[in-house]
Design a protein around this ligand. Structure first.
Ligand SMILES: [Zn+2]
Length: 245
């Protein structure tokens, strides 16, 4: 970097800029996270539709079974009526008795079928109640999801306005920095995920924790040029406290 620059002052500005940029990066990361949260909320709600679907399918199947049994009962009843009509044409006692037995046995079968139908109707009533309660559960879940989604959306707009404010603050510092130095800083910022500047902590780079040779520390202390970490390429600075330590 040029020796004409006021390095201590430029470093001050860089530190201020870095403070803001750390916050901006953190908020942008949070912002990136939010759409995924909404997708998860919607997927979770979608999975809760399954309960309603299952209850609907169950009810439909029962209603179909009920219809089938009613049709079957109807045709069996008309068969019995035909047999009863034939009774008058029968000539022998033996045939008559056989027919009476046949009719009796068919009627017994039908009353079993009637009982099944009655039981089935109870089951259908139960299935209807289950469907209603699944629908109610789902509507409550929908409401909850809507509220949660609205919260996340509000969060997104809050974060965006915070980022805007930080960018405005950033714009106040940017003109104070040397153009080349700023360009270099921003290049490192991009490559190092939001941290271009590193403080010397216990003789090591605060960005990558690599120990710095004392010669490098001395160069930083001289504040005549911006010194970069050989390992992570971040711009290094030292605080007065660390300097005295
Ligand atoms: Zn480093």
């Amino acid at each position: 970097m040029s020796n004409e620059l006021d390095i201590p002052q430029q470093t001050e500005f860089l530190i201020k800029l870095q403070d803001i940029d750390i916050q901006i990066y953190k908020m942008k990361a949070e912002l990136d996270d939010r759409p995924g949260q909404i997708v998860l909320l919607k997927a979770s709600l979608e999975s809760k539709k399954l309960g309603v679907k299952k209850a609907e399918d169950n009810l439909k199947a029962l209603q179909l079974e009920h219809k089938g049994k009613e049709v079957s009962l109807g045709s069996k009843e008309s068969e019995i009526k035909k047999l009863e009509a034939q009774l008058y044409q029968i000539k022998t006692n033996k045939e008559y008795t056989a027919m009476i037995n046949e009719i009796g046995s068919r009627k017994a079968d039908n009353s079993l079928l009637e009982e099944e139908i009655i039981n089935l109707m109870d089951t259908i009533d139960q299935a209807k109640k289950t469907l209603e309660s699944e629908k109610e559960k789902f509507s409550q879940e929908s409401k909850k999801t809507e509220e949660q989604t609205a919260l996340v959306e509000k969060d997104i707009s809050n974060i965006k306005s915070d980022i805007e404010q930080l960018n405005a603050k950033r714009q106040q510092i940017v003109p104070l920095l040397d153009g080349k130095l700023l360009a270099e800083y921003e290049r490192i910022l991009l490559g190092r995920d939001g941290q271009a500047l590193a403080r010397i902590v216990n003789g090591a780079c605060g960005g990558c924790y690599m120990h710095m040779p004392s010669q490098v520390i001395n160069e930083i202390k001289m504040k005549q040029a911006i010194i970069k970490c050989e390992n992570c390429q971040r711009m290094l600075y030292i605080t007065d406290e660390e300097d005295k330590a």
